[in-house]
Design a protein around this ligand. Structure first.
Ligand code: AHR
Length: 645
């Protein structure tokens, strides 16, 4: 790897004006000298219910506030008809965990607005369900309607009992609509009590009833992520301990999963989202199942007895941490215990007798200072004694180089921490300048999880941040450094993952969605190119770029395919003609597969042009392990070729 210390202003000029792009570069890849062992699953994903990531996103439920548990109990619902008789009640509820329900007298209607509308597709089928009980002889009419009153689908339910019963019907919309509403009207005589009013597409991921949005999971599956971290992020911590994430309240029947406010609801005054709550329909069982589906190693993060230090910073006293540590022990049993164990039996009853093969567990999200170290130490002591097979992920605060970070590392080293989670939201220059960050890390200490990162075109939490190619290339450049240092950097994940175009709090994000569609950003395609082309071992690569500092390279070898993989970022504004020399093999396959991501620095993808920046695959015929290759301006290129001895 070429070393350089960049001058910010100079570098900005270089990548825009391209004046210092090397005329020709010599790259030597020493294929016969395998270096450090890489984690083949080092490129993973970070999932958090932020930006309508879960509710209103991955969790395919189309009804918002389905159980009337929002503090403003009719939020998301519009009442019409005999509005006076519509009441929120809680006597003899369907679920004591979600005690509220609506009473709908004959003549009244309620309509749900969904999450920024309800997205439905013509010709597809939607499962409506409701818990209902009746007095008198009412009929329930269910309709999907547009804003201007057009009926897209309708059906009736007529037979009700005096006690709670599940009622279902299927709706088939006659047109595609991104912003439909679900209208429910009582006619006849009497009244209906209604709870858990739900609408799901039948076409979910793997067609699971009550499951996940297929297009969004497909985007994740396409990444081929090595691991998935869940459920966050700051929602692990909560503003206060009362609204921290507690995994045990997220499993079992959905009506028994107690809803809480999502901490991103009111976190940002400039992006308030007052209708953002966590239903936990996507709970820990579903997270583990999702990991299994997409071949990602699960990495759950648990609260360590600390609420978010950006908010209340509330702490569990050290002598009262046991229930938190017990949650971790129980989670390990839930994931890995035999079906005969207490929590293993719970997992088996939920439908998964086989273990989920948990290997890693995070203790706290983005915590810092002595208060974290004290709490981590307690978790470490118990978990390492009882489960030495589980690698623990510890926190180093919110920044890659502030005083919290500098405090955390020596302390965690003393504790023999396994893996330290570093977070970095910084401008593109930081990423270009830090490609050698890990070159001098201690090889005998804890390993690194570069667990949250994203280049910010403006500044952290600015609404002006863009998912443009410049940021994506900055991340790619940095990722070459992570791979090159794969003996110490064992995992990395971009954050945040999803954002709804009308419901986001934080920008930039990897994948953008609306009610019907999703698209990948240039940053997504960078992640995809790395995660689809992982190596088992690093391969030394020497670059002679004539002093230019806009060229970033890493190389690895993949054992399954026997291929050498070269990843190259040309951040300059001009193409680079390179002489490639893959040493160490007499024979070389005659074909090289190339994946190229290139464009203008400010280019972004969008719903109107979702593949403006997209990796293009091509094949190249070569006759010897020495050949010329032209790297386009502003590009990431991945080359795969087979060298045999
Ligand atoms: O990714 C968004 C937030 O950034 C995460 O929730 C938190 O861990 C970090 O501060």
């Amino acid at each position: 790897m070429k070393k350089s210390i960049l001058n910010s202003a100079l570098f900005a000029t270089l990548i825009v004006a391209g004046t210092a792009a090397p005329a020709a570069v010599n790259i030597t890849v020493q294929t016969d000298q395998p270096g450090a062992v890489l984690n083949h699953g080092m490129w993973g994903i970070f999932f958090e219910d932020i930006n309508l990531g879960a509710d209103g996103g991955l969790y395919a439920e189309l009804v918002k506030n389905r159980s009337f548990e929002f503090p403003e109990a009719l939020m998301g619902w519009q009442v019409s008809g005999a509005a006076n008789g519509v009441e929120i009640r809680d006597e003899k509820p369907f679920s004591t965990m979600q005690p509220h329900y609506v009473r709908l007298p004959a003549g009244a209607s309620i309509a749900n607005e969904g999450f920024r509308g309800i997205g439905v597709k013509a010709g597809e089928q939607y499962d409506f369900s409701v818990q209902a009980r009746a007095t008198g002889l009412p009929t329930l009419q269910i309709e999907l309607v547009t804003d201007d009153g057009k009926v897209l689908a309708s059906g009736n339910l007529k037979k009700f009992a005096a006690d709670w019963q599940l009622q279902k019907l299927t709706l088939r919309p006659n047109a595609t609509e991104a912003k439909a509403r679900l209208k429910i009207s009582a006619t006849g005589n009497g009244a209906l009590d209604l709870d858990m009013i739900s609408l799901f597409p039948q076409k979910t991921w793997k067609n699971r009833p009550g499951g996940l949005r297929a297009d969004m999971v497909q985007m994740l599956a396409d990444l081929k992520p090595g691991f998935m971290r869940f459920p966050g992020g700051c929602i692990v911590e909560g503003h206060t301990l009362a609204n921290r994430y507690q995994w045990k309240t997220t499993i079992g029947p959905v009506a028994e999963r107690k809803l809480i406010m999502n901490r991103w609801n009111d976190e940002f005054k400039h992006r308030p989202t007052p209708d953002y709550y966590q239903s936990f329909g996507l709970g820990f069982y579903e997270y583990f199942q999702l990991c299994e589906d997409i071949g990602a190693s699960p990495l759950p993060i648990l609260n360590c007895g600390m609420a978010c230090q950006f908010n209340s910073g509330e702490l569990v006293p050290l002598d009262q941490l046991d229930p938190y540590i017990q949650d971790a022990l129980d989670l390990i049993e839930f994931a890995n215990g035999p079906a005969t164990s207490g929590w293993g039996a719970v997992r088996a009853k939920l439908g998964h007798p086989q273990p989920f093969n948990l290997k890693m567990l995070g203790v706290g999200n983005e915590q810092w200072d002595q208060q974290y170290i004290d709490r981590y130490a307690k978790f470490h002591q118990v978990l390492k004694a009882k489960h030495p097979e589980i690698k623990l992920v510890s926190a180093a605060g919110p920044s890659p180089d502030d005083q919290h970070f500098k405090f955390a590392w020596p302390e965690l080293r003393k504790l023999h921490a396994d893996i330290v989670d570093e977070h970095c939201y910084a401008n593109p220059l930081w990423f270009f300048e830090n490609t050698h960050r890990y070159d001098n890390y201690d090889r005998n200490g804890p390993k690194v999880f570069f667990g949250e990162y994203a280049a910010q075109s403006d500044k952290v939490v600015s609404t002006n941040n863009q998912n443009n190619l410049e940021c994506a290339l900055a991340e790619a450049a940095c990722m070459t450094g992570l791979e090159h240092n794969g003996d110490v950097v064992k995992m990395a994940s971009y954050a945040p993952l999803f954002a709804h175009v009308e419901g986001w709090q934080w920008k930039p994000d990897l994948i953008w969605t609306d009610n019907l569609r999703s698209y990948g950003t240039p940053n997504y395609y960078v992640q995809k190119m790395f995660a689809n082309n992982p190596g088992n071992v690093t391969v030394p690569v020497k670059v002679d770029a004539g002093g230019a500092s806009t060229f970033f390279v890493s190389a690895s070898r993949d054992y399954d395919s026997g291929e050498t993989i070269l990843k190259v970022v040309n951040a300059a504004n001009t193409l680079v003609e390179a002489n490639l020399d893959f040493t160490g093999g007499q024979n070389i396959a005659s074909k090289v597969t190339a994946f190229t991501l290139a464009g203008n620095l400010q280019d972004e993808n969008s719903f109107t042009d979702p593949k403006k920046i997209f990796p293009v695959e091509s094949k190249l015929e070569i006759s010897a392990p020495q050949f010329e290759y032209i790297f386009p301006p502003h590009s990431l290129t991945v080359l795969r070729l087979k060298i045999t001895k």
